[in-house]
Structures are given as C-alpha cells and as structure tokens.
Design a protein around this ligand. Structure first.
Ligand code: ADP
Ligand code: MG
Length: 259
C-alpha cells in the first residue's frame, strides 16, 4: 500500500497521526511504534485495529485498513477536519439546536458501540472528531469488548477529568461509564469547561464523587440541562442507556410537534 505523507496532524500517546494521500484519497494514518511498548500495550494497539475493523456507523470514525511494517502498526482511517475540543475552544457556546444535533449523533454512536458489546472507556472531547459538522467517536485504543469478559469490569482506565464516580471508587463498572463521560462532554460543549476539576487528582476525584457541577448557562433550555444532569447521575443504574436517552429525546420532540 503506497501512501504519501501530507502533514502531521497530531501526536498520539503511542505514536504519530498523519494526514496521508493514497492515490486520490485523503486518509489518516495512525502510526503506532511497537518498539518501546510492553506486550500488554502492543496487544492494546492491535485491539484498537481489530475493534475498529468490526465497526461501521456514521458516528464512529471509519476504519479502512491496517498493516504491520517492521516495528510499526499502521492504522488507516477516515480523515476528519477537526476534533471537538479544538472546535469548542475556537467556537464556544454553540446554539441550542446545534447541541441537540450533536447530542443525538453521540448517543447514536454510543448506542451502536454498546449494541456491539463494546465499551469505549475514554470518551472525551479530544477523542470526538468532526467531519462536515457530523461528530464521530474515535480513539478506541482502550476500548474493551465485553463479549468474552464479565459484564462488570474492575480495571481502571480513562482520562481523570471524565472518569465516572464508580471508577474512582474502584467499584465494578459497565458501559454506563461512557454515558457519564458523554454527560461531561455535553457539559463541556455548553460551558467550555468540564463539569468537575481539582488542583490535583485527589481533589478532582473527591469532587467527581461528592460534588454537583455548577449550573449550566441559562441560555440553554431546562430540557437540555436536565438531560445532561441525568447523564451525570452519580449512581450508574440511574443513568439512562444511550437507547433510553434517544427514546426520551424522540418522545419529547413528538410532543412538541403536536398541536
Ligand atoms: P491517542 O490514542 O494518543 O489519544 P488519538 O487517536 O486520539 O490518539 O489521536 C490524537 C489526536 O489526533 C486527536 O485528538 C485528533 O486531534 C487527531 N486525530 C486522530 N485521528 C484523526 C482523524 N481520523 N482525523 C483527523 N484528526 C485525527
Ligand atoms: Mg485520544
């Protein structure tokens, strides 16, 4: 497979992200250097390629191919112009309708992942990419297939800012950790700041487990604010699944159209 590197667009934790040209097509190459990785990390890298290979959904970044070249694992995927973190930093406080569109897209992406028995485990604005204003979940590097494992996992992963309370409390967890992280992402979209912070990891963890986030800007409807806070319920069982949240949104929309 011959490709031409156009630009380096990012630096991943395990490697470099390039914009590349294959024939006439623009793609993204995630080049993972296996050389300095432990066996466990190498397996994680392979898993990302394997999991992406099985997925096909408009709100998940498309996978094209992967190859092993000497000590490098190359993953080729769909090119997206932007990521949500950078987009919101440049264009803060988007309009209500925009937020609802994105909310639905992200819920549909998560509904699909969870229906395939995959937990993402690292949902955050940097891992959500944007193409023609459509959001796509990406970076399945630490995602986990639930097929061959127990329903409830007990290892710790993810980005501290978006970690669910049950992870901090070292409790068993399931796909509801992605719903919590989505709540954090939606809060970030509206506020430009994550719902929880702290001067160090300990105080961040304390705040996530015990505190209520600051209210959301009142320019957003009560309905939107209430959805976000439902996703941020400290008790995982009380958070809706992606399917339940989507159903609620559709019911509310039908209600609004009725005379
Ligand atoms: P890591 O596993 O190290 O977090 P990511 O896959 O999240 O790596 O990529 C890091 C950054 O590179 C992303 O936050 C994004 O800005 C950029 N990036 C990754 N994949 C793409 C893509 N398909 N299209 C455009 N930019 C991308
Ligand atoms: Mg990432």
């Amino acid at each position: 497979m011959d490709y031409e590197i156009i630009d380096q667009i990012g630096k991943g934790s395990y490697g470099v992200i390039y914009k590349v040209k294959l024939g006439t097509q623009i793609q993204v190459l995630k080049e993972i250097s296996l050389k300095n990785l432990s066996l466990k990390q190498q397996n994680e890298a392979y898993r990302e390629a394997q999991i992406m290979h099985t997925l096909n959904h408009p709100n998940i970044v498309s996978y094209y191919n992967s190859q092993l070249r000497r000590d490098k694992l190359n993953i080729f995927m769909e090119y997206c112009e932007d990521d949500l973190y950078n987009y919101i930093c440049r264009n803060p406080s988007p309009g209500e309708n925009q937020v609802w569109l994105w909310t639905t897209q992200l819920l549909e992406g998560l509904e699909y992942l969870h229906s395939q028995k995959i937990m993402h485990r690292d949902i955050k604005p940097n891992n959500i990419l944007m193409r023609n204003n459509v959001l796509k979940i990406s970076d399945l590097g630490v995602s986990k297939s639930l097929v061959s494992t127990q329903q409830l996992q007990t290892t710790k992963v993810g980005t501290p800012l978006y970690l669910a309370p049950e992870l901090i409390r070292n409790r068993p967890y399931d796909s509801k950790i992605d719903i919590w992280a989505l709540g954090c992402v939606l809060y970030f979209i509206c506020q430009g700041d994550p719902p929880f912070s702290g001067s160090n990891v300990i105080s961040l963890g304390y705040n996530i487990v015990n505190k209520c986030p600051k209210p959301i800007n009142s320019k957003y409807s009560k309905r939107l604010q209430s959805l976000i806070f439902k996703l941020l319920n400290k008790v995982p069982e009380f958070r809706p699944t992606a399917t339940q949240a989507l159903q609620q949104i559709r019911e509310d929309n039908d209600q609004k159209i009725k005379p």
